[in-house]
Design a protein around this ligand. Structure first.
Ligand code: GLC
Length: 733
């Protein structure tokens, strides 16, 4: 929990009182390494030069290969840098030594990095891990990442990413916990506890950074960085809740998002930054811009030039400038000319110094020598945790004829270039992993003792090798085809206008199916895919996402039945791309989708998702019965009997939804309000109890006012957002 003692607060105020204006602004400057030798510009600007074509990709790569990296030692010595991005402990200590021992006040640097789903021990991408519906797991993986990264000098994670996302065309849907505000909020609270909670030593915790604040996932057309427009009630009810929950959980920092929101870029949006976050939520930490985002406010057309963008950002509540040097170069003049009050600077710097104080950097600024190599070899407890997270994130979408699990008497044709790749198990946004720590699906089958032969055949970007297909079709009793996306096809700047299986992979599946042999499609992907054809033709489909270093072992364990799949979908899957955005918690409309032509549907695709939020099968079946709802003063108490009606043990995620049937603004047809995982042996039945606090049954109006409105509510329980038992209740709050 990010909180300061009174003594620490006094030290921060005392330090602030000694600082010059230049030193104060220095704390607000996150320097990016500059590429020197031909192009002496901040790294982000070099990216921008490549993006807008001023230099080619080849020139960019040549510069990067030949350039020196300037970490601005002179600026650090002069107190003009507050934080940097590094991931080598020696470099971190070298720069920290300059700040602590050579600058006038010795204020330590913060070192940030994108540690989104693991540092050395990379675990599943968030859209996958969220599907485990397991807050304890979310916390444990985050805590592992915090410990590993601190040994490399990183004390600030630009994570968790909490963007509710409903449009799988957006590449960054891979980085976040899905489409539902409640699940994203549970994920958020658990990640904050994991990253910041173990303060037994400064080696065990880091500052979290909630991003991207706010509503970045609602970018129009699913196109990254695109404009966002929505009613404030939608902002309050669907996109802000995870940030509110994470601030209440004690998050130390927040990162503003690139997008404009209702016409005002979030980088300079006083309404979201000051009115909601700092004043409304009483957020005590600091806000950092996204990379280069203050400079991009000129592109947005909200600022005429960079100095003006800097003034707008500071006044709006942006405490730290990531990577543009605009604060460093222009804010002093802005303050001296009265454009920016000194109180704005003092507030920002007090927030920054407070986080550094809380991180223990004034007492322990350096990475201890003995810690640096602690994780050169990943400890078994870390790889075991990564494999547990991976296994729990796998979602069984289809299993016609119970093809799965496979058994060791079967000869398996393992097909697809992705099956033999270690790199591609990692997923988007991991920076500190090592290939030697990764287990490919092929290696996983080896490790589990399956009898298989491997045939590359085809990848996301290659043609089909007909000879290899013929060999694959001839060899195996069963064919396991690993198909999906490369890591580079999801994540930042990776929006796609067609989210069906890339390349010729669908054609490959058709060839394999033509044999008449059982075919299992194992998906490796970073976003929900449009799988209409696959769902109609492929008998077994296992959604395996990008699961991190232990992916191979986890997939093999589930394929061979060592583990039963228990994951659920944190995001709806469309049948075809044109249905995006698609999500379960939508309003009913005046003409709810149905069979009639004159309802809210597509002539060529109906209206329902192919696979709904919360959906996932396992190697047994469950039945729900005897739902009851009992009302007490402050809550509804729901019970339901869940029986394992199949022949194997399994774990079910029982989900609790509600619907406010009639309200002063239209409300979603369902809203997730709770879940519980239950393990059941074959034939076993348990009563599951869930509680819905009445205070959580309200919603925000456009004004931001939270209201509880009397009337009829529907309460649902089930194993996904579509197939549920339901009870009605009349409530008067
Ligand atoms: C990127 C991303 C953000 C990341 C930052 C620093 O552009 O938008 O998520 O934390 O830059 O790498």
């Amino acid at each position: 929990m990010y909180r300061l003692t009174d003594a620490q607060k006094a030290k921060v105020k005392d330090l602030l009182s000694q600082m010059t204006l230049e030193e104060k602004i220095g704390q607000m400057n996150q320097e990016s390494v500059s590429i020197v030798g031909g192009f002496d510009v901040p790294f982000e600007e070099l990216i921008e030069m490549m993006t807008d074509g001023r230099i080619s990709q080849e020139e960019f790569e040549k510069i990067m290969s030949t350039a020196e990296q300037d970490y601005h030692e002179d600026d650090i010595r002069a107190g003009r840098v507050g934080s940097l991005m590094v991931q080598e402990p020696e470099k971190a200590n070298e720069l920290q030594k300059i700040a602590v021992e050579e600058s006038r006040l010795g204020i330590p640097l913060m070192f940030g990095l994108d540690v989104i789903h693991g540092f050395r021990t990379v675990y599943p991408i968030a859209i996958a891990e969220a599907g485990a519906f397991d807050p304890d797991l979310f916390q444990r993986t985050a805590s592992m990442a915090a410990k590993e990264s601190r040994t490399q000098g990183v004390n600030w994670h630009f994570a968790p990413m909490l963007d509710v996302a409903r449009d799988a065309r957006w590449g960054r849907v891979s980085e976040g916990p899905g489409e539902d505000p409640y699940l994203v909020s549970q994920f958020a609270k658990a990640k904050i506890k994991g990253l910041q909670g173990d303060m037994s030593s400064t080696e065990n915790y880091v500052a979290a950074c909630l991003k991207h604040y706010v509503a970045y996932g609602a970018c129009e057309s699913g196109r990254d960085y695109n404009t966002v427009s929505m009613a404030n009630s939608m902002l309050y009810n669907a996109y802000l809740p995870p940030f509110k929950a994470a601030v209440e959980a004690g998050a130390a920092t927040v990162m503003a998002s690139f997008n404009d929101l209702n016409g005002v870029p979030c980088t300079v949006n006083e309404f979201t930054l000051r009115q909601i976050l700092k004043n409304g939520y009483k957020f005590p930490g600091f806000v950092v811009s996204d990379a280069n985002a203050i400079r991009e406010c000129v592109n947005h057309g909200i600022a005429a030039d960079e100095p003006e963008a800097g003034v707008q950002a500071a006044i709006a509540g942006m405490d730290v400038d990531m990577g543009t040097q605009i604060y460093k170069n222009t804010l002093q003049e802005a303050v001296e000319s009265g454009k920016v009050p000194m109180s704005v600077i003092d507030d920002a710097v007090e927030r920054i110094l407070s986080v550094k104080m809380w991180l223990g950097l004034f007492d322990h600024p350096y990475v201890p020598e003995e810690a640096m190599h602690r994780y050169d070899t990943l400890p078994t407890e870390h790889t075991d945790l990564a494999r547990e997270a991976a296994e729990k994130s796998i979602v069984l979408l289809k299993n016609e004829g119970q093809i799965l699990p496979l058994n060791k008497s079967q000869k398996i044709s393992l097909v697809g270039q992705l099956a033999d790749s270690r790199e591609e198990v990692i997923g988007a946004w991991a920076m500190s992993w090592r290939e030697k720590d990764c287990v490919s699906i092929r290696e996983g089958l080896e490790n589990v003792g399956a009898e298989y032969k491997y045939f590359p055949c085809c990848g996301p970007e290659t043609d089909i090798n007909e000879d290899e297909v013929a060999q694959a079709c001839a060899y195996g009793d069963v064919i396991v085809a690993v198909v999906g996306e490369l890591d580079s096809m999801s994540g930042e700047a990776s929006s796609k206008a067609d989210i069906s299986l890339p390349g010729k992979q669908r054609e490959l599946l058709a060839k394999l199916l033509a044999t008449g042999k059982p075919v299992v499609a194992v998906l490796m992907n970073g976003r929900p895919l449009a799988l209409k054809w696959e769902a109609e033709h492929v008998p077994a489909i296992l959604e395996c996402w990008h699961l991190g270093v232990q992916m191979g072992n986890a997939v093999a364990n589930v394929l061979m039945g060592v583990k039963a799949p228990e994951g659920k979908l944190a995001s709806s899957f469309p049948a075809v791309t044109g249905m995006c955005p698609i999500y379960y918690n939508h309003p009913n409309t005046g003409r709810p989708g149905g069979r009639s032509k004159f309802t809210s549907r597509y002539l060529d695709a109906g209206f329902e998702s192919l696979y709904p939020f919360g959906y996932g099968l396992t190697y047994t079946t469950f039945a729900y019965d005897n739902m009851t709802v009992a009302e007490t003063k402050d809550a509804l108490h729901i019970t339901v009997d869940v029986a394992n009606t199949g022949g194997r043990a399994g774990v079910e995620t029982v989900q609790l939804y509600m619907q406010d049937v009639t309200a002063s603004i239209v409300r979603p047809v369902k809203e997730l309000k709770g879940f519980a995982k239950v393990a059941l042996d074959a034939g076993e039945k348990k009563q599951v109890s869930l509680t819905l606090e009445k205070k959580d049954m309200g919603f925000y109006k456009d004004s931001g006012e939270y209201v509880l409105e009397n009337g009829k509510f529907c309460v649902y329980v089930g194993g996904n957002s579509k197939d549920c038992l339901m009870e009605e209740v009349e409530l008067a709050f």
